[in-house]
Design a protein around this ligand. Structure first.
Ligand code: PMP
Length: 294
């Protein structure tokens, strides 16, 4: 057997170098599809049911009929991990609209495709959690909730890619996106939290951020630690003058932000609330009750 990663496509496993889909797949041609990023910790897929529910919710919004039940989808994920002998991994679950012709009408695609990749992911340097990361507020605004909203986890991530390019050319680690009204929305693949005077704030759903699964764990961790979390509009001024700022997301987990547009956040080091949330979140990821065993 080869040492290559084995990728699940529509019920069959292919070595990574041969795991391919058609150039006529509307996922490629139009970004027409949905996805999830999921993590496994120590042999348990963290919040698998929640991720699969969100995948189905995204698909429902796009009228994309997922060809597997939620149960079979969960099994496809755990089977892919077992096949690759992975106990700690980053899992990418993708459902594309499938093969059609060159017109964008989804009715041309009779059979959606399901792809499961289990691999590793590295977003920031190893010391990001202890030192914090630098950010810039991007001029690319998030799409409004009445358009291609980021509440849908679709394959159309150009908005995030453009914001990430801004971060890259500004020489910082990550971008922060505002909504159309100028309120703080989210990162390119992360939700955002602000700490001020011992209270935690996060943008409301009206800004059109993805409803993050890590964010729910952050709120639970915060409550456990005795902090209140309030959804409220956050202006760039409030962000810059916060006591602490951090991102949450499956890929980054919980990561402190130490700088926004060259303005240092407080004294420029991760604050006490963020550190406690990071520790509590880490504990949660190792709680076997929080996920589905491989
Ligand atoms: N916002 C966006 C745009 C994302 O892509 C992600 C990553 N899925 C998040 C927020 C964080 O969500 P989660 O905690 O569920 O990974």
């Amino acid at each position: 057997m080869s040492n290559e990663l084995q990728i699940y496509i529509d019920g069959t496993f292919y070595p990574k170098s041969q795991a391919k889909i058609s150039v006529y797949d509307h996922g490629l041609l139009y970004g027409d599809g949905v996805f999830e990023g999921i993590r496994a910790y120590n042999g348990v897929v963290f919040k698998l049911r929640e991720h699969i529910q969100r995948l189905f919710d995204s698909a429902h919004a796009m009228m994309l009929q997922i060809p597997l039940s939620k149960e079979l989808m969960a099994q496809a994920v755990t089977e892919t991990l077992r096949k690759n002998n992975l106990r700690d991994a980053y899992i990418r679950l993708v459902v594309t609209r499938g093969v059609g012709d060159l017109g964008l009408d989804p009715r041309k695609c009779p059979k959606p495709s399901v792809i499961v990749i289990a691999d590793l992911i590295k977003v920031h340097e190893a010391d990001a959690k202890t030192k914090g990361i630098t950010t810039t507020i991007s001029w690319i605004r998030r799409d409004p909730v009445d358009a291609t909203t980021h509440e849908i986890k679709s394959l159309n991530y150009l908005n995030s890619v453009m914001a990430k390019i801004e971060a890259n050319i500004s020489g910082v680690d990550e971008a922060i996106c505002l909504d159309k009204n100028g309120s703080v929305c989210e990162g390119v693949g992360e939700n955002l939290f602000v700490v001020k005077k011992g209270r935690i704030f996060t943008p409301p759903s009206s800004v059109g951020a993805l409803p993050g699964i890590t964010a729910i764990s952050v709120v639970e961790a915060a409550h456990k630690l005795g902090y209140e979390v309030t959804e409220t509009n956050i202006t760039p001024y409030q962000l810059i003058n916060a006591d602490e700022v951090f991102f949450s997301g499956t890929a980054v987990e919980v990561v402190p932000i130490r700088e926004v547009n060259k303005r240092q956040i407080a004294d420029g080091v991760p604050g006490p609330v963020t550190k406690r949330i990071i520790a509590e979140f880490h504990k949660t990821t190792l709680d076997r009750k929080q996920g589905t065993p491989i």
